[in-house]
Design a protein around this ligand. Structure first.
Ligand code: ZN
Length: 363
């Protein structure tokens, strides 16, 4: 059956030659692609597209186009996050006299942990290029380009800035994911909780040891007599915090010529932390007699970070209590009044655990 063997072997040779040819052709095509485009790469992420739940928030096709255009530009925004190495690349598109303009922003960090954040950067650039009126009326969204979609909102300070400078009730926040080009859009207003929406509470329902509520009210009111108010006209407040150690810390707001305001909640927390008294039970804020105090978002951020220490130590969140000075109270938590906040626990949970373990004064 030599003819059959020869025939089979002939077929094998033919198949083998075809396979080899296919491999050679594939190798040649790969080489040409490599020569033309460099190293082979994964599929590009394609066109930007809104996540399903974002489509209803941006029904306007023109606005969608502007968001996608901003994201394309934001990819190339310059940043300098020398401490965190976390790039925040932001952009918006403003329409002025019928012309669309892309404006970029990027975060920069310096010296001690201090930073210019992406959203304040882009808004400041809009103001520098087109004026404060454009920032208030022409900025409809801020788009962020990145590889992380953790769902966190702006820090407290950036919330204060956006509240003061934009049409914040209509402002949108678009997060474009670099890996697959999906875009999640939310409303900035979802990050805002007005003091009048803090739940009202009767004094007897505030769970503090007997006599302590009266004590911290008096302490906060006394604190408010001090502080520095060379520029601050309204909104001057005093705050008093009760630590789990039983000690009370207090501070009032202080302003200065550089406009580096020192916040009352931040101030009392710094005093407590200086004494390694890291766990606060309640913080009470008092404003002008008969008025509810305003709690800036930056101060809420300080409270939120401190409350995250409570959480790590298995303690309840810090109670934030407001008084109008007439025996009426509102009570909430920093977690509730700073929605979608972030703290160091989100980025470096082990570092926070270790810090608390080695530093707490109540061991
Ligand atoms: Zn910020």
């Amino acid at each position: 059956m030599s003819w059959l063997r020869r025939g089979v072997e002939g077929n094998r040779l033919l198949v083998s030659w075809r396979r080899n040819s296919a491999v050679k052709v594939w190798a040649l095509v790969s080489l040409l692609i490599f020569l033309a485009f460099g190293k082979p790469h994964a599929d590009p992420p394609g066109e930007w597209r809104l996540t399903q739940d974002s489509e209803a928030i941006v029904p306007d096709a023109k606005l969608r186009g502007q968001i996608f255009r901003a994201l394309d530009a934001a990819e190339k925004a310059g940043t300098s996050p020398t401490i965190s190495h976390f790039k925040v690349r932001a952009a918006t598109v403003v329409e002025i006299a019928g012309q669309e303009h892309v404006v970029l922003g990027g975060n920069t960090e310096y010296d001690l942990p201090e930073a210019i954040h992406g959203e304040t950067s882009v808004l400041n650039h809009v103001t520098a290029d087109y004026g404060a009126d454009a920032t208030r009326h022409a900025v409809r969204f801020i788009a962020f380009y990145g590889d992380y979609s953790g769902g966190a909102g702006s820090c407290g300070d950036c919330r204060d800035y956006q509240l003061a400078s934009t049409d914040w009730e209509h402002l949108l926040v678009a997060s474009g994911l670099s890996s697959d080009h999906t875009v999640k859009v939310t409303r900035f207003a979802d990050q805002i909780v007005c003091e009048r929406n803090f739940p009202e509470v009767k004094a007897e329902k505030i769970a503090l040891p007997p006599g302590v509520l009266e004590k911290i009210v008096k302490s906060a009111q006394e604190a408010r007599l001090g502080g520095v108010t060379l520029f601050t006209t309204v909104r001057h407040t005093g705050a008093a915090g009760l630590a789990y150690s039983g000690k009370i810390y207090r501070a009032a707001g202080g302003d200065d010529a550089a406009f580096h305001y020192r916040y009352p909640i931040g101030g009392l927390l710094q005093q407590a932390e200086t004494e390694r008294d890291y766990f606060l039970r309640a913080i009470l804020v008092s404003g002008e007699q008969g008025q509810w105090p305003v709690i800036s978002y930056r101060d809420r951020q300080y409270g939120y970070e401190a409350s995250s220490f409570n959480h790590e130590a298995g303690k309840p969140p810090i109670q934030l209590i407001l008084t109008n000075g007439q025996g009426e109270y509102r009570m909430t938590t920093f977690e509730a009044c700073l929605p979608r906040a972030f703290s160091t626990v989100d980025f470096r949970p082990e570092a926070v655990k270790e810090f608390i373990r080695t530093h707490r004064g109540d061991r």
